[in-house]
Design a protein. Structure first.
Length: 119
């Protein structure tokens, strides 16, 4: 299943609702001397889920999962299988094992390759 990821612009629209849910959970726990599990069962985060669904069309059911739906947390798609690398600096794809070809932003050549096209 493909999970829609949020761009930074979309994240900026949704993240205040996640932050608000965390504050609601903290407040609930303090006021009711409750466990985290009990506070989580009260449905805090519904507004974040609603905004995510509006932005993506996908009905996520777990507000905590939204923290992982931010595109900038991940690397580019694997050149072999297309799955996103786990971090922006990952050196290989954990799904298929393909090594990442790093690009030097100053000359667009793979690291270790000739900088000016000379061999």
């Amino acid at each position: 299943m493909e999970i829609p990821m949020l761009t930074e612009e979309e994240w900026a629209q949704m993240s205040p609702h996640l932050t608000g849910a965390i504050e609601q959970i903290k407040r609930y726990r303090e006021e009711n001397n409750s466990s985290l599990a009990e506070a989580n069962s009260k449905g805090f985060g519904r507004e974040a889920l609603r905004v995510y669904a509006e932005l993506t069309g996908f009905q996520e059911t777990n507000a905590n999962a939204l923290f992982h739906h931010r595109l900038s947390l991940y690397g580019p798609p694997c050149r072999s299988c297309g799955k996103p690398l786990r971090t922006p600096i990952a050196s290989y794809c954990p799904m298929c094992g393909t090594e990442r070809v790093a690009i030097d932003s100053t000359n667009e050549e793979p690291y270790g390759g000739p900088a000016n096209g000379d061999a």
